[in-house]
Design a protein around this ligand. Structure first.
Ligand code: NAP
Length: 338
């Protein structure tokens, strides 16, 4: 049998310039880099699926954040599913699939300690970046640990047709919410929320002021707001909260490009209603992973939790996919298939 020739270089996306406002393709470049020799405890992987995510926009700026910014002129990274080509680590063998954080490239040498084996026999590999991965567990953590969702709650989810939002709306319902309302950026997405994901009401935030559309969809107010968007949505939600409501600031994608910074002018309403404004970072809450896998696995197997992915093919199209994500051209998790 002929020996497999292992790659010694990789093609990796680099940040060329820090974008001002909305990023453009010339802010990025795809370059070849040498792969280091495989050290002890390391794996050589070929990536099969890459994740592109809104938080990457934050890393393109050099503002203080919860994660290091990308360096200008250096390779970017991100979540990926790779197949092990060579292993220098106990417990990992060629052919294994792993989730790891050296994405935005085709091949990588990674520390096995940072990788988690996943089973393509249990679920499609792409789902380990989406509904069974970071975005799915983000929805679960936000609703259970932070919103502490209760039977009968009225829950509002923004970015509701996206990766986190579509799972959040469905989990809210599965955990007993009385009414789930979603907002998204197109009429087709609104239709999907109601017909596919079982939202009780949904609206297109581009069709009119969010506060007015929310008041129509939630005439009795809201008990939980799962915020993926910030800005006008957050102000509208604060204006609609009932007594002891919980607002979970999961993300603020409308603010990431810094084009139009909108802060809520009605924070006092939180005091009036004794409501909580909560924040969390998924990476700090991963002790909930076994619970999440148990619950999400059951819901997926019984068809109670549905998901969609927007899959773009090829490393060359990765940046286009990221820019499309920021324009709302995805439904569910945006995935790159290599
Ligand atoms: P996603 O929702 O699948 O994709 C981003 C979506 O944002 C787009 O599809 C688009 O949908 C929407 N969008 C873009 N610009 C917008 C604007 N100006 N106003 C309103 N919506 C806009 O992305 P995701 O991965 O699921 O992430 C959702 C949120 O969760 C993000 O804010 C992300 O940063 C956050 N997040 C937080 C954590 C955590 O640990 N706290 C972890 C993961 C993700 P429309 O067509 O509806 O506009």
């Amino acid at each position: 049998m002929s020996e497999q020739i292992l790659p010694t270089t990789a093609r990796a996306w680099h940040l060329e310039t820090r974008p001002e406002g909305r990023p453009v393709p010339s802010d990025f470049a795809l370059r070849e880099v040498d792969l280091p020799a495989l050290g002890p405890g390391q794996l050589l992987v070929t990536n099969e699926y890459l994740s592109v995510d809104p938080y990457m926009r934050g890393r393109m700026s050099d503002k203080k954040s919860y994660i290091e910014p990308f360096a200008v002129g250096a390779p970017m990274d991100g979540s990926a599913v790779g197949r092990v080509l060579a292993s220098n680590a106990d417990g990992f063998a060629p052919g294994d699939h792993v989730v790891h954080f050296l994405g935005m490239r085709d091949h990588a040498v990674i520390d096995a300690a940072t990788a988690q084996t996943v089973d393509p026999g249990l679920a499609p590999l792409s789902t380990y970046l989406g509904v069974l991965g970071v975005t799915g567990i983000t929805a679960y953590i936000g609703l259970t640990r932070f919103a502490k969702i209760k039977e009968g709650d009225t829950v509002f989810v923004s970015g509701a047709a996206g990766a986190v939002g579509s799972v959040a709306g469905q989990i809210a319902k599965l955990l007993g919410a009385g009414r789930v309302i979603g907002s998204a950026g197109s009429d087709d997405k609104v239709k999907l929320l109601i017909e596919e994901y079982g939202f009780d009401a949904a609206f297109n935030y581009k069709n009119g002021p969010v506060a007015e559309q929310l008041a129509q969809a939630a005439p009795d107010g809201i008990d939980v707001y799962f915020d993926n968007v910030g800005g006008e949505h957050l102000e509208a939600a604060i204006g609609a909260v009932n007594l002891h409501a919980r607002i979970v600031l999961c993300g603020m994608v409308s603010q990431y490009n810094g084009e139009e910074i909108v802060g809520p002018r009605n924070l006092w309403n939180l005091s009036v209603t004794r409501s909580d404004l909560l924040t969390f970072m998924v990476t700090e809450e991963l002790d909930l992973q076994p619970d999440f896998i148990r619950d999400a696995g059951t819901w997926l197997a019984t068809g109670k939790l549905r998901y969609q992915e927007t899959v773009r093919e090829g490393l060359d199209n990765t940046v286009d996919a990221f820019l499309a994500l920021m324009r709302g051209e995805n439904v569910g998790k945006m995935i790159i298939k290599l």
